[in-house]
Each structure stands twice: as structure tokens, then as C-alpha cells.
Design a protein around this ligand. Structure first.
Ligand code: SAM
Length: 227
């Protein structure tokens, strides 16, 4: 249950220097006023599973900090070890990816400030087929309000599933939300990230091996007039 992992009270409470030591220079007390801006996490992979997407994205955006959020303890530990091993065997690489164990459906605003994220990923989320369990889906009208809050204007949310009904659900939630707008087909074709959606993760590879179909919905965070 939630009592087994720490919950930061606010984004400032998260020790990001511990996750990304290469990006946080040690303090230099005799120079400046210590007010240098710390780098911020810009991409979140929600329900990251075994971390294949982070590993695939890391070299594409070497200066961008990315974090996976995963509920299962053992899976989170696996991803931590995987990243440390990659850092060890590739000095200077994979320093921009990390993982936290958390319930993303409850604690997204504890990790990210308003407008902080430029990309959010929801790859092969659990389908929760029964009508009464739809509220447990990671994309819902209510949770999209939260995701819109932590995303910058122009940021992109990527979803993919092999469950057609869930694909329809995620697309319609995004389509009906006033703060998201579909990314055009032409843009999807030139976005290097889109290829990774179906190929980089463990779940995506399983679906591909079995010849399964996939359903993507990729939407941009847009502004309301008053923003
Ligand atoms: N995205 C990965 C992939 O494509 O291989 C994993 C897909 S797996 C079917 C769904 C993952 O979401 C599981 O690892 C599960 O533990 C995680 N998950 C489910 N609910 C979650 C929640 N509320 N917060 C964080 N992770 C969650």
C-alpha cells in the first residue's frame, strides 16, 4: 500500500539531485548566491514498467531529465538497477533517466510543478475493462485536468494500447478535454518519439511479437484564452 513508499509533500521536497547527480553540480559556497536554477524533469513515463521507453529516449534527448513512475516495488527496483548498470557500462550516458515508486493516480502534483513537463507517456496502461473500474484508468477526464496542470503549453501527451476499447476511451477523453488538441498525422510522422511508442517498451515488444494491433492517441496541451 501507499504507506510503504515516501510521498513528497511538494515538488521541492523531491531529491532530484539524488536521481540525477551529473546534472546537479555540487554547491560552491564561495561563489554566487547559491540561487543557480536546478534543472527540472521534463518528461514523465507514467506506469513505466521495466523502463524500456526511458532507455530508448535517453540518447535521443541527452540533456533532458526524464523520470519513470511505477507502482510495483520489485519492478521499480529492477528499473533502478537497470539504469545504474547502464551508467556503469556507458560512462557519461543514461545520466538523464531515473525512476520513482509511486501511485501516479494520486501523486502527480507532488512531483511536478505547474507547466513543468513537456512530454508525458502512457504506454500500454492496464485496461480495467469493467465499467465500474473505468475510474481506475490512468487516462480519465479528472486525471487529464491534473496532467494539463503539470504540462507546459505545447507539451505533448503520448498514449498507446493494444486494447481497442481502451484506445477509444483514451482518445475520446483527450478529444473532449478543452486543454488538449490532436497532433496532426504529418507531425506524428516526423516525431522520432512516435516510433518508440510501439517498439521500445517490454509490453510493446510483446504485442509486436504476437502480431497485435496498436492504437495511439497523441495530443498537445493547448492554452485557454485566459492563460
Ligand atoms: N509502460 C510499460 C510498457 O509499455 O511496457 C508497462 C505497461 S504495464 C501493462 C502497466 C504498468 O503500470 C505496470 O507496470 C503497473 O505496475 C503500472 N501501474 C499501474 N497503475 C499504476 C499507478 N497508479 N501508478 C504507477 N504505475 C502504475
Amino acid at each position: 500500500s501507499d504507506s510503504h513508499f515516501p510521498i513528497p509533500l511538494s515538488p521541492a521536497d523531491v531529491d532530484y539531485a539524488h536521481h540525477f547527480p551529473h546534472f546537479f553540480a555540487p554547491a560552491e559556497p564561495d561563489r554566487g548566491n547559491g540561487m543557480a536554477l536546478s534543472p527540472k524533469v521534463r518528461f514523465a513515463d507514467v506506469g513505466c514498467g521495466f523502463g524500456g521507453l526511458l532507455v530508448g529516449l535517453s540518447p535521443l534527448f541527452p540533456d533532458t531529465l526524464m523520470i519513470g513512475m511505477e507502482l510495483r516495488d520489485k519492478v521499480t527496483e529492477y528499473v533502478k538497477d537497470r539504469i545504474l548498470a547502464l551508467r556503469d557500462s556507458n560512462p557519461g550516458k543514461y545520466e538523464n533517466i531515473s525512476v520513482v515508486r509511486t501511485n501516479s493516480m494520486k501523486y502527480i502534483p507532488n512531483y511536478f510543478e505547474k507547466g513543468q513537463l513537456s512530454k508525458m507517456f502512457f504506454l500500454f496502461p492496464d485496461p480495467h475493462f469493467k465499467e465500474k473500474n473505468h475510474r481506475r484508468r490512468v487516462i480519465s477526464p479528472q486525471l487529464l485536468d491534473e496532467y494539463a496542470y503539470v504540462m507546459e503549453i505545447g507539451g505533448v501527451i503520448y498514449t498507446i494500447t493494444d486494447v481497442e476499447e481502451l484506445g477509444d476511451w483514451m482518445r475520446s477523453c483527450l478529444e473532449e478535454h478543452p486543454l488538449f488538441e490532436a497532433v496532426s498525422e504529418e507531425e506524428l510522422e516526423t516525431d522520432p518519439v512516435v516510433k518508440l511508442l510501439s517498439s521500445a517498451t517490454e509490453e510493446g515488444q510483446k504485442v509486436a511479437r504476437n502480431g497485435g494491433q496498436t492504437f495511439k492517441a497523441v495530443y498537445r496541451r493547448v492554452a485557454l484564452h485566459e492563460e
